[in-house]
Structures are given as structure tokens and as C-alpha cells.
Design a protein around this ligand. Sequence first.
Ligand code: AMP
Length: 262
Amino acid sequence: MIEVINSVSDWKQILADKKNIKSIGFVPTMGALHKGHLSLVEKSVEENDLTVVSIFVNPTQFNDPNDLKNYPRNFDQDKNLLELHNVDYIFYPDYSEIYHDNYRYKVQELEFSKKLCGASRDGHFDGVLTVVMKLLNIIEADTAYFGEKDYQQYLLIDGMVKAFFMKTKIIPCATIRSAAGLAHSSRNELLTHKHREIAPLFAKLLRSNLSVEEIKNELNKSEFKVDYIEEIGSRRFGAVWLGKVRLIDNVELGREQNDTMS
Ligand code: AMP
């Protein structure tokens, strides 16, 4: 039976009682789980003695109050899915448990976090890094799994763990996409029917041979509003709006894509 843990002290008690567990795998999420999240969960369950999934919609990483308000939440369905996937524990804290300091303390990265998503989402990565550091310190996992769909986030978290000599190993996991190529995302639920139909064009253009400017032009011809399309190193990153929903994606350039369609 899956067990739901709400407090840090309850989790620390479980850790103390399970001293002989060889490896703990951890998948941090904001819930509204889909096939992308579940691929991380499956990897953790396969590679560890025990798997913990956290569900916490982290307010400090939302720069838009409406986005936070409308973010999909579906705890009962998430719990059933995780139980079916043999997860051992769900860590499901409330705001005051995580932010008993009222966010007086935060973790910042000063360079890469200002680019791409950080350029238009002020404070977003401060919120992400702070909550992930808190969660990694709470769970004390050996390994934590993050999706390449949020590649900038993965790089920043991996950098933070190394900068602060934290013990958890960070594992990147391939992006899971729909058959049409759209990366699964909790925010896809908020797309209108019409926008859901055109959304896959974003992924298709990102992985095309077109230049950055040509991709922007093609997106602008349709209903997309481009936040950014940028190439950094061997990756092409993009963020677009479809109505009120912001979608992000990225692809590795010059290589057969190994993402999974499902
Ligand atoms: P979120 O609930 O959006 O914070 O995502 C939790 C974790 O799932 C993050 O590490 C994401 O990168 C990962 N994730 C979200 N969507 C996908 C996807 N389509 N494929 C792989 N990983 C994903």
C-alpha cells in the first residue's frame, strides 16, 4: 500500500526506521501526473529499493498568480496512478511545512537562470532551486530523476547539487511525447480543443532544419505567440504561448532524437 506523508518529521522517522534500505529514488513533481512523470517514476522504481514521489505545487516558482490558481490539481487520481506504479511513498506537504521561513531564505544562480525561461519569468528559477534544495534535504534520496523536457531546469538543479556538495545524484530522463510529437505537460490540459490540435507544430518546427528566424516566422503565421526560440550549445530551446497557456520544449541539434513517443 502506498503511504502519504505530509510532514517532514514523519518522513525523518520513516528514514530512521529504515536504516538498512540500500537506495532511495525520488521524483519531485507538481502533480496532475501524465506519462512524462510516470516515465521518471518507472525508472526510479526499477533502479531503487524504495521510491518517493513528492506532489507540491510550489507557489514561489509562479510569477503569475493566475497561472498558480489555474494549475491543474488532481491528488486522488495521482495517488491511484502512483499506487499502480508501485511507488512506496507520496510526500504531500502544505505550504507552511515547506516554507516555515516564509521564503526568507532562497537559493539563486546568477547567470544561466537569467536566460531562456528566466528572462521572462522573474524569480522562477529562485523558486525552483529553493524548493528542490529543500525537498532533496528532506527526502535524503540517493538519486533524483528530472525530465529533459525542462532542460534548463535540469541543468540548474544539477549545477546546484554540485555547487553545494549535495549527496543526491541527479539523473536526466528523455522527454515523453504524444504520437503527434507534443511533449506531455500538465499545462496541456488547459489548452482549448483547437489549440491542442495545433500545439504539435511547435515541436515539429523545433526539430526541423529551419533557422531560428524561420521557425519564429512559421509560428507567428499560426496562433502561437513566441516567447523565445534560441540555440545554446547543441540544443535548441523554445517557449510559446497558445492563448493563456505557455508551452516549453527543447531538442538536441544534429542528432537523431531519442525522445519517446507514447
Ligand atoms: P512538473 O510536475 O511539471 O514540475 O514536472 C515534474 C518532473 O517531470 C520534472 O522533472 C519534469 O521535467 C518532468 N516532466 C514533465 N513533463 C515531462 C515529459 N513530457 N517527459 C519527461 N519528463 C517530464
